[in-house]
Design a protein around this ligand. Sequence first.
Ligand code: BG6
Length: 458
Amino acid sequence: MQAFTIFGGTGDLTFRKLLPAFYNMVASGDSFSYQIVIIGRRPYTTEKYCEIARDWVKDFARLDYDEEKFQKLTSYIDYYHMDFTVQDDYSGLDAYYKKRDLKKHIFYFAVAPRFFSVIAHGLTKVENACHGKVIIEKPFGEDLASAHELNKQLESFFSPEGIFRIDHYLGKEMVRNIQTIRFSNPIFSNLWNSHYIECVQISAPEDLGIGTRGGYYDASGALRDMVQNHLFQILSIIAMEWPESPEKLFDAQIRVLRSLRPAKDVDIKNSLVLGQYEGYQNEKLVKPNSNTETFAALRLFIDNERWWGTPFYIRTGKKLSQREIKIAIIFRTSFLQKAAPNILIIKVQPSEGVYLQFNIKKPGDTDDIVQAKMDFSQSDCINRLNTPEAYERLLKACMNDNRSWFSRWEQIELCWKYINELVEKFHAANLPVAKYAPGSQGPKESDNLLEAAGHKWI
Ligand code: BG6
């Protein structure tokens, strides 16, 4: 038996994503050889913890709830009560592992980034911990400098091959699908450049607010929480050259990140809009006068031969009108004035699929042009329950040493650098964080980013 230890075992991430992922693995009958050690500060017994976990699993697991399967999951769980900020407590943890003969380790740091190094330091007291693997949640650090420091500390304890920097968007079915859609369809791959593509839009609005995560979110904001990691992953996969093998994926992504038009050369007013939903400052654990953005919209350019002149728009935010992720590719229009652009939309969630819009003659005795809208929904026609969810895949990938599903340090570094420079320029220009009404599409200023070029959010 190996140990899979989760620091932050009573947090939102563990309940909402990790335990449901473990439940799915156990319920699908996968062979499972891990003792799941939940580290938490609250004085729970394992029984009490599992009692609390039950409802989360019911609500968030992909597979239907089954009491017997849940009991099977609980047979792997052990709650270990400790304050992970207290260094002396790690000797007790070491004794616990020894007593249960747990010598091989995966550690999951499901905690705020400021605790990563505290835990890594504590683990020096645990025999064999340094030969184990560690999964680090995003954001990796709080800015470029802290990310550097964190990386240094982690690499001084774990081997570089043992560090798995997770970005769960890399495990999403339709994010994995982008490469296939792009490269195995000549009707797209041959047109995938600025000669034929007018603009690209990556939208990831969310309807929920920050819930109980005010402490974390207020120090982070939409740019660090969503853009610097998840949405830059999507952007770089959409824009990259063909990676000849899975191992080359990150090199291809990195080349895109290196080609982003440097922040110093962008017209910041027309490149970045930040917003905050009304009522955010009254949320729990948020500073009363907080200026943290809960919405971000960006217009970026990739200055390479393929993408010269094509804008990439990105937007995300909390408390917007709906939750979805979609990537829209808007092609240039034909010489026929009345023809609308062809639009390809890769629907990432909640429904998964591909939408394609093209022009046809209006049926009947007319030459008018109308748009045909083909909407393929993978979630409706393929049994989606058979497809593992992002965290499930990524946990398995780590267990199987498959590193191609995790972010590389160089990627993280480039993304931080870019976002930092953009934010600095935004503040230097004294631009305001615009307010927006909950349930809306975000601040109207985000439309202006597109209007100058005659574009509109899809
Ligand atoms: C997390 C962010 O990484 O991703 C959250 O911290 C966000 O703020 C979440 O809500 C979105 O993930 P998903 O899988 O629901 O799109």
